[in-house]
Design a protein around this ligand. Sequence first.
Ligand SMILES: Cc1ncc(COP(=O)(O)O)c(C=O)c1O
Length: 420
Amino acid sequence: MNTSIEIPVVMLDEKPVSITGCRHHFPLLHEQVNGKPLVYLDNAATSQKPQVVIDTMMRYYQSENSNIHRGVHYLSERATQAYEKARDKVREFLNAAYREEIIYVRGTTEGINLVAQSYGRTNVKDGDEVLISAMEHHSNIVPWQMLCEEKGATLRVIPMNDAGELLLDEYEKLLTAKTRIVAVSHVSNALGTVNPIKHMIALAHQKGIPVLVDGAQAVPHMNVDVRDLECDFYIFSSHKVFGPTGVGVVYGRKRMLEAMPPYQGGGDMIKSVTFEKTIYNDLPYKFEAGTPNIAGGLGLGAAIDYVQKLDLKAIGEYEHDLLVYATEKLLVIPGLRLIGTAKEKAAVLSFVIEGIHPHDIGTILDAEGIAIRTGHHCAQPVMQRFGVPATARASFAFYNTKEEVDALVKAIYKVKEILG
Ligand SMILES: Cc1ncc(COP(=O)(O)O)c(C=O)c1O
């Protein structure tokens, strides 16, 4: 059994720092819960925030607060510049070709709805098909169902095997002349599976079918390069990548976004309005109606600066070691079944224990100061596929440690002692 985990050293502001040493940047990680040191293993739901993100947002409200894009006064110009600079950071983070390809939204959910409503309503017609996968989050199912219902189209689903890996042969067969778009997660929140999206995109493109990637669970764990992936849309939420809630990003290929109608109407998304006709604004503003989450955008920029200073490749490798270590420890617990055993996995461990409801596992762990998530993880079809009503899910970030995994394992034995 692998009992030692090498902790990578990264350069932060030109100083070497161990990855787990970065814990001290996250104030909440030093809290006590129920009289015990917090062990935060609910990172797939939302990540903790480094002080620099909190400070950036505080600074905006304390000394920069102003609406953007509309004012000629000092504060408005300053806020606009900061907000647009954050957009440039997102562009660079995803390696998008143009800043116009970066649309701010409220989060992944809104981003997928934007594409479904704008691209989808324009391009999906009666008799067409939309292809998603069996492991999608509800936010990458329901918007497509709504679209299909409206248009008389059919939702098709790429099946998966018992390990939680998509069946690529079936996928190829499902890519037909009727398929208008493929929408698939990069990493599954419920199973941890990392999908071979580059390959999947290439297969879809061979048939001229565009691909949307739900990157909510990928961006905190790996470098994402939208030009290398050649995806048409890539969507993520700031709050899962150490940024604030209420802001997210749609990357879309410029030529596709240009051809798409706006998603919402209102201020900022227009060039001119008369009662007879509205001329829409250029990208990216065409898709950004109304006052955006300005503090959120700035916070996301700070979060991106922060993760970019760390080495996302080293983060991914360290988290993989943590995953392997935790998997080995969990698998020897009698009655414990892992849900999601794909070869390629991000650091997510979904499990059930025979005879014990996941909520009871979560409650006892909470008493030990350990935060995990229990439930269907907004992926009810995944639960149905594996024949369980819910799972307990521990999900790691780079600031988690081997000692925290040990605390989790010890607490699970306690759960068994009490309820087993
Ligand atoms: C894979 C996946 N997609 C989409 C979402 C929705 O993200 P949000 O609630 O931030 O819109 C989540 C959130 O857990 C997710 O894990």
